[in-house]
Design a protein around this ligand. Structure first.
Ligand code: FE
Ligand code: FE
Length: 187
């Protein structure tokens, strides 16, 4: 499936706001791929499609994840929205004809990150956070700069932000978020 077909389909599956965000992640990821020497086309595809399952309701996310045999953690059971990443990878493969494992992995891990991310995983994880349409968050300027100069450091600052945000709001968090931070701070 070519890029225009993907975009056309995507547009019917998510809100307009989310679609604009997806385009922002697409071009931000492309620029980051230039700088870090990653595959630009893969970065674009992963960026465009990373939230392709986000339009489903909480209930649908759980139902579809069960139906398609995806592993559901206790945390995801309580926070079905988190499933949009895993489900997104599933939809990218089944509905958008993406066979490339690197692209599918970047979509799968874009929310929590994971220890030992590939270059493309990190680019999508960071691009999702810094794209121009995003609402301002603490240290965003600094993270945007680091995204192009020190990718691992950008990953660390994003995880720290996410964790302190979740702690402040009293929400619990996915294990992989903490594990990822541990991994990248040690590195
Ligand atoms: Fe997402
Ligand atoms: Fe996103």
């Amino acid at each position: 499936m070519n890029r225009e077909k993907m975009a056309e389909r995507l547009k019917t599956k998510i809100s307009e706001k989310r679609y604009i965000h997806s385009l922002g992640v697409e071009y931000t990821a492309a620029c980051m791929a230039f700088v870090h020497g990653a595959d630009v086309e893969k970065a674009r595809t992963a960026g465009l499609l990373h939230d392709c399952a986000k339009g489903l309701s909480q209930k649908e996310k759980l139902e579809k994840a069960r139906k398609h045999g995806l592993e559901i953690s206790a945390y995801e059971e309580k926070n079905p929205d988190m499933l949009h990443a895993k489900l997104g990878a599933w939809y990218a493969r089944e509905k958008y004809e993406v066979e490339d494992e690197e692209i599918l992995s970047a979509i799968k891990w874009h929310t929590t990150g994971k220890p030992g991310m590939s270059l493309l995983d990190k680019i999508i994880f960071v691009a999702d956070y810094i794209e121009p349409n995003r609402k301002p968050v603490p240290k965003l300027d600094k993270i945007r700069k680091l995204a192009f100069t020190d990718l691992d450091k950008a990953v660390v600052l994003i995880l720290k932000n996410t964790i302190s945000y979740l702690e402040e709001s009293g929400a619990d968090m996915d294990d992989s978020t903490k594990k990822t931070l541990e991994y990248y701070t040690k590195k």
